[in-house]
Design a protein around this ligand. Structure first.
Ligand SMILES: [Zn+2]
Length: 211
């Protein structure tokens, strides 16, 4: 039985996030929300992130502004993206703390991380969470599900990146979850080891390909 881990990036969003939370709750599935600092520092964003945490989901830092890749920023700006978001998440009682850099449409590779942010993660005992399935719900709100299902069939453990954004894509989440279950996938909250180059502050995979 193939394992599938779901993550929701770039929120919270007042339209999409409640829908996603309702849907996950209905299916009894726990996931992770990688939030943007500038959204989670608004009253609506904060309420939604708190709700996600209260309902058993994990919440992680996904940079403040989701602008340039961390590796393309100077040291001060890269640290700002990380630190300001951590401040907005200071209420979060969760161990380990999680960080996911953004790749620009799912790209991995050089420029994904900044050495100064890597140091932050090591010192703070963070787990760095990447991904292995990016079905493109951000650009194809109605067609992403078939690609996601096809990918999940070919992998032993998929870590899927979806987005709780207001582009209508999450209208299909209910049907996606039903199909995953029908196909016998095991939906779990943990992350596949090949997607976590830093675990609890310990570097467990070479980082040269990322920075
Ligand atoms: Zn993102």
């Amino acid at each position: 039985m193939a394992k599938v881990t779901l993550t929701f990036d770039n929120g919270p969003d007042p339209q999409a996030t409640p829908l996603v939370l309702d849907c996950l709750g209905h299916h009894g599935i726990k996931s992770t929300f990688f939030v943007l600092g500038q959204k989670v520092s608004t009253p609506d964003g904060l309420n939604l992130a708190r709700r996600a945490s209260r309902e058993g989901h994990w919440v992680g830092n996904h940079t403040w502004s989701h602008g340039a890749r961390l590796g393309d920023l100077d040291r001060e700006s890269a640290l700002g993206e990380f630190d300001r978001t951590e401040q907005a998440l200071s209420w979060l009682d969760q161990s380990p703390r999680l960080f996911r850099p953004h790749g620009g449409a799912g790209r991995l590779g050089r420029g994904l991380l900044h050495p100064a942010v890597v140091d932050r993660m090591k010192l703070g005992g963070y787990t760095c969470v990447l991904w292995n399935v990016v079905p493109g719900d951000f650009r194809d709100p109605d067609g992403w599900m078939d690609r996601a299902l096809a990918d999940c069939r070919t992998r032993e453990w998929s870590l899927v990146v979806l987005h709780d954004r207001d582009n209508g894509a999450m209208r299909h989440l209910e049907s996606f979850l039903r199909k995953l279950r029908d196909e016998g996938h095991d939906l779990i909250q943990d992350f596949p080891p090949d997607c976590t180059p830093i675990v609890n502050g310990k570097v467990v995979q070479p980082l040269d390909e990322f920075c």
